[in-house]
Write a protein that binds this ligand. Structure first.
Ligand code: DX5
Ligand code: ZN
Length: 217
């Protein structure tokens, strides 16, 4: 499966964001933006002033991952600034999930549902046919630089099997602790977008690392 790499800006050097966005324009498929509210997750990242600045400079699609209690509040603004993909957590949205997917899509964006590692994967099945993509967290949301949870591979595999049997081609994005070492296994399990923060930005050659994640051996 052709893999797309979505480096997470959370691990970038915020004093030289422009250079990092230029590097990602040339080397990456997607730019992943982690938005945290300090309540859904015990951390705060960055907000719209930063996202808008990145959007002005980015030429590759922007993927906004909302780790917030009330994702619905930000849909319109995301659409206005040209976000292509918007995901929110099932744990935060609960019964509002279906409506949020539709609203995101009606604003011309791809809609994704994210889940932390402790959410049973079957909870995503009712949304097959409605979500454009599923974001499987392979660490607990909130911080970059955590260790990949190995069992995530089984979760990706189960979801891909379920999608295949439903004849659905939704994308599976995997986020957390991803790098050259597990990209091949994730691809085999059925992932098609890999988010990588520290693996890319701590690398001596971020663009080479992105290419290696995209075409794992
Ligand atoms: C964690 C974020 C991730 C994170 C990934 O809450 O959703 O996107 O930045 O960083 P690494 O690749 O370092 O685990
Ligand atoms: Zn993320």
């Amino acid at each position: 499966m052709q893999m797309k790499v979505a480096p997470s800006l959370l691990s970038a050097d915020f004093l030289r964001l422009e250079k990092d966005v230029e590097m990602l324009n040339a080397a990456a498929d997607i730019i992943h933006l982690d938005i945290m509210d300090g309540t859904f997750v015990p951390n705060i990242s960055f907000g719209f002033p930063v996202i808008e600045a990145v959007a002005k400079k980015a030429t590759v699609p922007l993927d906004a991952h909302f780790m917030v209690v009330n994702p619905g509040a930000w849909i319109e603004r995301c659409a206005e600034i040209g976000i292509s993909m918007m995901s929110f957590h099932l744990e935060a949205a609960g019964r509002k999930t279906r409506g949020l997917l539709r609203t995101i899509q009606s604003h011309g964006m791809k809609a994704g549902i994210a889940v932390n590692p402790d959410v049973p994967i079957e909870k995503l099945y009712p949304y097959i046919g409605e979500a454009d993509y599923f974001l499987i967290m392979s660490v607990f949301a909130g911080f970059g630089g955590q260790k990949f949870i190995y069992e995530s591979l089984d979760r990706v595999f189960s979801l891909r099997k379920k999608l295949d049997s439903a004849g659905n081609g939704a994308m599976i994005e995997v986020d957390g602790g991803v790098g050259e070492g597990n990209a091949a296994a994730l691809s085999e399990a059925g992932a098609n977008i890999l988010v990588a923060g520290s693996a890319v930005f701590k690398s001596a050659s971020p663009s080479k690392t992105i290419a290696a994640i995209r075409n794992p051996r």
